[in-house]
Design a binder for this molecule. Structure first.
Ligand code: URA
Length: 239
């Protein structure tokens, strides 16, 4: 691979800004192939050199995958003239890497959102052909019943004409308000909200908790993100 500036390579991990990298180099905290780096402008091949920053060996990624715990109030888009997008929750370094959300969560929906700059795999995860389950926790107004579960299972056709594939509805609590997990294999616009509205149980709260074999990391506070591990990426690639 072509040689690149050391500060650019290290900052591309999103863990340190270029300014922080410069300071770390000055303090002798950056080692390249075992020797302290001299300058942020040093050029190295990120795939060949062993780069250690602050005692941590860098894994250079050609592609970046991030798990975000999306809070309400952010659009799943890369640009929005008027409001905040999920990219505003990332670091400036990551924002420069061309990341985009893998699918959309509504502005008021919270939870698991993946962002990447790897188009091919992102596309596969979203394609209905690949049947990647998405699981949502929801709180609705009204009492959910076994009849609702059967309707989800059978595959609903909504009054607005939307034909939905068979979906899962697992009731957690039922009362004046109810809680449930909804499992979808597709991702049509506002689908969970529309399906539950059709059953007369409007959604009060919605959170995605799982996508394929990736579960929302419970240690990620709302609004924070982390990189996917190599194991998690392998799981996604195997889907
Ligand atoms: N279904 C919805 O209605 N909204 C979401 O954000 C995701 C799925």
């Amino acid at each position: 691979m072509e040689k690149q500036r050391l500060d650019k390579i290290i900052a591309s991990t999103g863990k340190w800004s270029r300014k922080e990298v410069k300071n770390l180099i000055r303090q002798g905290m950056v080692l390249v192939d075992g020797l302290p780096a001299r300058s942020a402008e040093d050029k190295v091949d990120p795939e060949q050199a062993v780069i250690v920053v602050n005692g941590e060996e860098l894994t250079y990624r050609k592609v970046t995958w991030v798990m975000l715990n999306k809070p309400a109030g952010y659009l799943s888009a890369t640009e929005d003239g008027r409001g905040l997008t999920v990219l505003d929750l990332l670091t400036p370094e990551l924002r420069k890497q061309g990341l985009f959300p893998v699918g959309r969560l509504d502005k008021d929906t919270e939870g698991l959102l993946l962002l990447t700059n790897e188009g091919g795999l992102a596309h596969d995860l979203l394609s209905p052909r690949h049947h990647v389950d998405k699981v949502y926790y929801t709180r609705v107004s009204g009492r959910l019943t076994e009849e609702d579960c059967r309707a989800f299972q059978a595959g609903m056709t909504l009054d607005d004409g939307l034909v939905c594939q068979s979906a899962g509805l697992d009731i957690l609590t039922a009362g004046e308000e109810s809680e449930a997990y909804v499992t979808l294999r597709e991702g049509k616009f506002h689908q969970v909200k529309r399906m539950l509205a059709q059953r007369g149980k409007p959604v009060l709260y919605l959170e995605r908790v799982r996508m394929g074999n990736l579960t929302l990391d419970s240690s990620l506070s709302r609004g924070s993100f982390r990189f996917l591990t190599e194991e998690e990426l392998a799981l996604l690639r195997n889907l």
